[in-house]
Design a protein around this ligand. Structure first.
Ligand code: ADP
Ligand code: MG
Length: 699
């Protein structure tokens, strides 16, 4: 039966080679199945009629009842057109046809009552309806309430395949399939449990709905089917990867961990930190390589978890590496980790782009002979010349900026690939995490260290600048430090740079020496100058740090309690959240002030009001997903890979989670999808896994 659905589309009555070619090129439809899965994007109510005078109120299609008063042909050749003046009780509108309208002429009988259906277009001051459907009133099928609307293209339309033409083809196909029983990818038991219609019923109600709720239920069914395929694919991929990749077994927690934990921990771990460490410990003892994503809001204390993870490795005779996306952040990790390990004999080293040649040579040697226990650094770690004696654990901080390929390069630094812990402070909505990181295990630190006061966030207009300056002065008088951040976005780099410098000047004027000292950091500075300025601020020698988003990631100055973001309307939500996370790290009440102009787009308003309303990174990420869609959030390329035609990760979160659960249940029962009711799931999984077809590895 399945074969029937795979029939090439040209064998459908009414299609033929030419139309088949068009359908393939324009809509990617090449088989019966493809056509069935070309769903309408909306339905119009064919049981109600509108009035011509309300044409400007229409949201797309209009259905009218009236008569033609005159018909006129104009133009020659390519400019030929046919115009009919159509009248109802409220007014007159023109119906238009361009080229190839001979077949329509006979149905345009003046004085005969007609039903007209089409999409009005504004044309100068007036309106017309191009290529409407015309039906004599006496022949109207008043039983068909909802009519599906299909996406089509210009080329298809001129080939006779406008929305209604496509619907006709689909109905011809449904007719041809009628009587055959069609297989269903969703196992019957699951369908019943979720009260979803069968494939057969759903395909009919999505293309010819009797009522809208049924059509919606049918759509839900197809979304679930699609997501089920995706989640099964992801779970199988994970199983295959895990079985292919043995990991170093950490037999014990080890001395390095214990002695640090008992003697040098500056604070007790939060429960969330403890839970995550247990998850990591379990992974690393399992004999399979760990690939774990650690999500935790800014300030939730991921660094110490990373350190304790590396200490476990060291206690078992391995080395650890931690990689950060910027030099500033790598430096900071290095300083922080060194401080924590001060009274231990664990040796830490730093490797970045600015590490001098001579120092590098020594470093390479000490990595190879195992003298260095922990290497902190930037992308420089990836270079092939950087080799370890026995690298057991790699921590990647802020992984958004590292690609999968880079992850793979770290794997290769040891014969048995090191365990990998990826940390991100950009919370990803759960549904995205389980989809995009389907091959990773996910841990979440969902608790902030005790004593943090929620940051107060306010939105201020550029006109309020003096008030804001007054506020800054007060905070500085209390001994606090201030960040002022300017946007620096590639497209208008020069202009942004000018704004930054202007801003810096006006700040130094408003906060003059010797009472006030202002630091500045931006991407065009030499690394050593950047470091110097940064250090001045970290050490409290300057009170104000004017910067671009280079400080976005990870910088930790607990005494800084005010974050002012200039032109905040130009920042994305996750960036704003990251920036705000730079404050609120000490015991004092912290503030975030979002400056903006008065004219704001709807999206900017929503971003700013979300920031003012909540500090919860996961909530913010949900809004971000809603505003930007998964493509922008995760990178279009990654989203494109998912190839979702029906489901929408941004809107169908609960369905994604449901599909994940059900996929897991199915594979738990039948890990190789051998049962007959899983036949179609298996077939689709094999298609999706064709680059990894080795079923023998799935046990
Ligand atoms: P992030 O998750 O953003 O990387 P950090 O690791 O930089 O957060 O931690 C933020 C701050 O919280 C640091 O100053 C760190 O020392 C502190 N910290 C982390 N864990 C705890 C804890 N359990 N109790 C108190 N302070 C903690
Ligand atoms: Mg961090």
């Amino acid at each position: 039966m399945n074969e029937l659905l795979q029939t090439p589309i040209e064998f459908l009555k009414g299609v033929g080679p030419q139309r088949a070619q068009l359908l393939r090129a324009e809509l990617g439809i090449s088989t019966f199945t493809d056509l069935l899965y070309h769903f309408p994007f909306r339905y119009v109510d064919r049981s109600s009629y509108q009035l011509i005078k309300d044409v400007h109120l229409t949201d797309g299609f209009m259905q009218l009842k009236g008569t033609i008063i005159s018909v006129q042909e104009t133009g020659t050749g390519r400019n030929k057109r046919l115009t009919a003046r159509f009248q109802d009780e409220s007014g007159i509108i023109e119906l238009m046809w361009f080229q190839g309208f001979k077949w329509i002429l006979p149905s345009l009988k003046p004085g005969v009552l007609l039903q007209v259906f089409g999409k009005p277009k504004q044309y100068g001051k007036g309106w017309n309806i191009p290529h409407p459907e015309i039906t004599e009133w006496s022949k109207v099928d008043h039983s068909s309430g909802w009519q599906p609307v299909y996406s089509s293209t210009e080329k298809l339309t001129s080939g006779g395949l406008h929305s209604r033409g496509i619907h006709k083809l689909i109905n011809a196909l449904l007719q041809q399939l009628g009587g055959h029983s069609l297989p269903d990818a969703i196992p019957a038991g699951l369908r019943e449990e979720l009260r979803l219609p069968s494939f057969e019923r759903a395909i009919v109600s999505i293309h010819n709905p009797n009522d809208i709720p049924l059509a919606q239920l049918a759509r839900t069914r197809f979304k679930l089917e699609e997501l089920l395929h995706l989640q099964i694919e992801l779970l199988l991929r994970k199983t295959i990867t895990m079985q292919r990749t043995p990991g170093n077994v950490l037999t014990e927690v080890g001395e390095a961990f214990h002695s640090f934990y008992e003697n040098h921990m500056p604070f007790p771990l939060t429960n969330a930190q403890k839970r995550v460490l247990k998850e990591i410990r379990k992974d690393m003892g399992s004999g399979i390589q760990m690939n774990r994503l650690l999500q935790g809001d800014v300030g939730s204390g991921k660094t110490v978890v990373a350190l304790l993870t590396m200490l476990m490795g060291i206690g078992n005779g391995f080395q650890g590496a931690i990689m950060a996306p910027t030099e500033i952040l790598a430096n900071q990790h290095f300083i922080g980790i060194q401080e924590l390990l001060e009274k231990t004999n664990v040796k830490v080293a730093l490797l970045t782009g600015s590490t001098k040649k001579a120092a590098r040579r020594i470093l390479h040697e000490e990595l190879l002979n195992g003298e260095i226990n922990i290497l902190v650094g930037t992308h420089a770690l990836l270079e092939d010349i950087v080799q370890f004696k026995n690298l057991g654990i790699v921590v990647i901080d802020e992984q958004h900026r590292f690609g999968v390929a880079q992850r793979a390069r770290m794997w290769k630094k040891n014969t048995v690939p090191p365990h990998v812990l990826i940390m991100t402070a950009t919370p990803i909505p759960r549904t995205l995490a389980m989809t995009f990181y389907g091959d990773l295990d996910v841990s979440v630190i969902d608790e902030l260290p005790p004593g943090r006061k929620p940051i107060t966030t306010q939105h201020k207009s550029d006109k309020d600048r003096l008030v804001v300056f007054g506020f800054i002065r007060n905070e500085i008088a209390k001994g606090r430090q201030i960040y002022i951040v300017y946007p620096l976005i590639q497209e208008s780099e020069k202009l942004d740079y000018a704004n930054l410098m202007d801003g810096y000047e006006s700040i130094t004027r408003a906060f003059p020496l010797p009472e006030y000292k202002v630091s500045i950091v931006h991407g065009q500075m030499k690394p050593e100058n950047k470091d110097y300025e940064m250090r001045q601020f970290v050490e409290g020698k300057t009170q104000i740090m004017v910067a671009t988003t280079v400080i976005e990631v990870g910088v930790n100055v607990p005494n800084a309690s005010v974050m002012i973001i200039e032109s905040s309307e130009r920042f994305g939500l996750s960036q704003l959240h990251q920036l705000r996370g730079r404050v609120g790290r000490g015991a004092e009440q912290s503030f975030c002030i979002l400056m903006s102009g008065d004219k704001l787009s709807r999206d900017s308003k929503k971003r700013i009001s979300t920031m003012v309303r909540t500090n919860d990174g996961f909530e913010i990420s949900e809004v971000d997903l809603e505003l930007r869609g998964p493509g922008d959030l995760m990178g279009t390329q990654q989203s494109g890979d998912l190839d979702l035609r029906i489901a929408d990760l941004a809107k169908d979160g609960p369905l994604v989670a449901l599909a994940r659960d059900k996929a897991r249940e199915i594979l738990q029962l039948d890990s190789r999808l051998e049962r007959s009711e899983h036949y179609l799931l298996k077939k689709e999984a094999l298609r999706r896994l064709k680059d990894k077809p080795n079923w023998a590895e799935i046990s």
